[in-house]
Design a protein around this ligand. Structure first.
Ligand SMILES: [Zn+2]
Length: 336
């Protein structure tokens, strides 16, 4: 796709093909504040990880922070950067995976920038770009199929924003514009809170981490700034205002899950993202909402069993793992 292979890598291809685990891949997740990098071998074993602060004062600084994260992770993995075969990179914005161009990434201060090409030249590897949530979807699917042979999955990411990604027939479904799954901007509360997209009452404005804190701060008296975890803990402890907030948020999320299952008949909806890292504490109120829907509707009873919902284990970074998978698939696809 993007780069010319470096001479070293071209030569590598002409040698007797190396054992699979001797190929090294980098997975990268670029966030608004940090770049996370993972180096893994061809067998999918993690070898080194690193995090660098995201440079947001222009493309040069951004590229430098990505290169720093890769080099640090490679050093930890005891892998020479020149031995990396490919990198898969998640970008919070709209990307063109074919050309490696970032069309628009507001949080990174990027517009129409050939990030794939520039990174490939700097790292000396093939680079595959994908939207960050779509990339995490690949990572979540990789985690899921370790234990369950499903072919249809939706990944629902709840963090500073809300977005989904879809695996249909075992493949990432992007849509012609790479925007499939952007349900965070579905209006669920007309006239509700303003959204950065320009509309009011988008799903994201009533369910994301900042939304939960905003809703709770309006109804809970507290001397310290609230955290999402504190709101959920208070709800568990029986605090009425916190419970009302959690029930409202969980109600919207249960309907988002219903939307995904009814639209695509996915076998699994996997929850992830910063807020979903609370695990059971976060999921139980959603499951209660789904149980209420099942009691009222035979259709819901058929379509929305608890078994269809899962959440990523805390500490599993779906973004960087998705990057490793994308890089590996891209390269094996090219060779095959
Ligand atoms: Zn919106």
């Amino acid at each position: 796709m993007l780069p010319e292979r470096s001479r070293e890598q071209s030569e590598q291809l002409t040698r007797p093909s190396p054992a699979k685990e001797q190929s090294y891949y980098a997975g990268l997740d670029i966030g608004g504040t940090k770049v996370a990098a993972l180096i893994a071998d061809g067998a999918g074993r993690p070898l080194g990880e690193a995090v660098a602060r995201t440079g947001t004062r222009g493309p040069e600084e951004l590229v430098a922070s990505i290169v720093t994260a890769v080099y640090q992770a490679a050093a930890m993995a005891a892998v020479a950067p020149a031995d990396l075969v490919a990198a898969g990179v998640g970008v919070p914005g709209q990307v063109n995976p074919q050309t490696g161009e970032v069309r628009l990434a507001v949080n990174l201060n990027l517009q129409a920038f050939p990030l794939g090409e520039v990174l490939a030249a700097r790292l000396g590897t093939a680079v595959y770009l994908e939207n960050d949530v779509r990339l995490a979807t690949i990572g979540a699917y990789h985690w899921l199929i370790e234990t369950e042979p499903v072919t249809h999955m939706a990944y629902l990411s709840i963090g500073t924003g809300l977005a989904t990604g879809l695996i249909l027939d075992g493949r990432l479904y992007r849509g012609p514009n790479g925007m499939a799954g952007e349900i965070g901007h579905l209006v669920v509360q007309p006239g509700g809170p303003p959204c950065k997209c320009g509309l009011h009452g988008c799903l994201e404005t009533v369910t994301s981490g900042p939304a939960i804190i905003r809703l709770a701060t309006a109804v809970m008296t507290t001397t310290e700034p609230l955290t999402v975890t504190a709101v959920y803990q208070a709800a568990e402890a029986g605090h009425p205002a916190a419970r009302a907030v959690v029930e409202q948020v969980s109600g919207y999320l249960a309907r988002a899950i219903q939307l995904l299952i009814l639209s695509y008949d996915v076998e699994k909806v996997v929850l992830g993202g910063g807020v979903a890292q609370m695990g059971d504490r976060f999921c139980q109120p959603i499951l209660r909402e789904l149980a209420t829907m099942r009691q009222r509707s035979p259709l819901a009873d058929l379509m929305l069993p608890d078994e269809r919902i899962a959440y990523l284990p805390a500490g599993y970074n779906a973004g960087v793992w998705g990057g490793v998978m994308l890089a590996r698939e891209g390269e094996t696809g090219r060779k095959g």
